[in-house]
Design a protein around this ligand. Structure first.
Ligand code: FNR
Length: 346
């Protein structure tokens, strides 16, 4: 269908399901085991209701979408998450994601398992000759320090400005849905990584190393203690441990038990974000910017145009929802704009 028929991010999922071969759609869509975390990531937002304030002048809200993450300016408080295997959705791999992010002026975190080599993505960064897209390469790392050093040096030489270290994948996810297609490889490799190892990694590069995959207040506090410049609250899109919490629940736990974390490191979050109000709910708790994985992978079926369209639709929704909440500036969103039931999770 033409992109003009795509009115919101869930439409891209619907189109992907029809357009992609079942095993390919399943690779993207898949959650761990019984997929409760996958569903909860989506549904948790609907358990928090809004408290719209009326007769507030919101005429300038559209000028306030931009944000700063690790000192870099972006046009919106959302970004593209690292997702492996872009070629599953588009023969051009991740090129559409790079160009789309550049055109939309948002952050793109390319996966360490991207289909397009990092060098090619770097070369594609300059979009329309007008400005550079900021990319922070994601990595899973091996325990081979020589390899890690070479990789870190390559990233620095490529002009990238941060590294994202994914720490929620100590083991492979248990993925029944994909395994039914015979996609399951029995991966019995388990990480030996520790907080001490993170300290060592920091000595191997001048670039900030963002930690992706924090799921408890305890680990958020440890990340602060170990000087993480930014963290991503994430249960990996519900793909790793079923019954792991959504980032909204993690952010709420931190807000209740250690709210200072939001001032001590830059807190990002991802998982299940599909609507403008989802973005605002995470921001209300203190999250600076919100990532989306699957919606952009599905949008990338259309390449650059699709990614650009997804960004435009989400910007439109964030602005409109903020205006309805009575926000002149989206960054003024706070806990009082939503009703947090005592147990908004089940
Ligand atoms: C991922 N994710 C992921 N994360 C990461 O750090 N490195 C990776 O290579 C991948 N690969 C990957 C592939 C696919 C197909 C998906 C759907 C996800 C997790 C990703 O970065 C992010 O945490 C979630 O996708 C966010 O949830 P939503 O937006 O997909 O619901």
């Amino acid at each position: 269908p033409p992109l003009s028929n795509v009115v919101g991010l869930p439409d891209f999922d619907f189109i992907a399901r029809q357009h992609l071969a079942p095993e390919n759609y399943t690779y993207y869509r898949n959650g761990a085991a019984g997929e409760w975390s996958y569903r909860n990531n989506l549904e948790v937002f609907q358990r928090v209701t809004s408290r719209p304030r009326v007769l507030v002048n919101v005429s300038q809200v559209s000028t306030t979408l931009g944000t700063t993450i690790l000192g870099q300016n972006f046009s919106a408080p959302f970004f593209i998450c690292p997702c492996a295997r872009g070629e599953v959705g588009n023969v051009n791999g991740e090129l559409g994601l790079v160009q789309g992010a550049a055109d939309g002026d948002i952050l793109y975190i390319p996966s360490g398992y991207s289909s397009t080599p990092l060098g090619e993505l770097a070369a594609a960064r300059v979009a329309n000759g007008s400005y550079e897209q900021t990319m922070w390469p994601q990595t899973y790392l091996t325990s081979n320090d020589t390899e890690t050093q070479i990789y870190f040096d390559e990233i620095a030489a490529g002009g990238f400005s941060a590294i994202v270290f994914t720490i929620d994948s100590a083991a492979a996810g248990v993925r029944h849905r994909a395994d039914r297609f015979g996609a399951g490889s029995v991966n019995t490799a388990f990480d030996g990584f520790t907080w001490e190892y993170y300290e060592k990694l920091k000595t191997m590069t001048k670039l900030p190393i963002v930690l992706k995959g924090i799921q408890t207040v305890e680990d958020a506090l440890l990340a602060v203690e170990h000087g993480a410049p930014a963290i991503v609250l994430s249960n990996h899109g519900g793909r790793n441990l079923d019954t792991s919490p959504s980032s909204l629940e993690i952010a709420y736990e931190i807000h209740e038990q250690a709210p200072q974390v939001f001032n001590q490191t830059e807190v990002l979050a991802d998982g299940g974000v599909r609507y403008g109000s989802d973005v605002l709910k995470l921001m209300a708790l203190g999250v600076k910017a919100v990532g989306l994985g699957r919606p952009f992978m599905y949008a990338n079926i259309y390449g650059t145009e699709g990614v650009r369209h997804a960004i435009e639709r989400l910007k439109f929704e964030v602005m409109n929802d903020a205006a309805h909440l009575g926000l002149q500036d989206i960054h003024d969103v706070s806990m009082k704009h939503f009703k947090w039931a005592p147990n908004f999770w089940y």
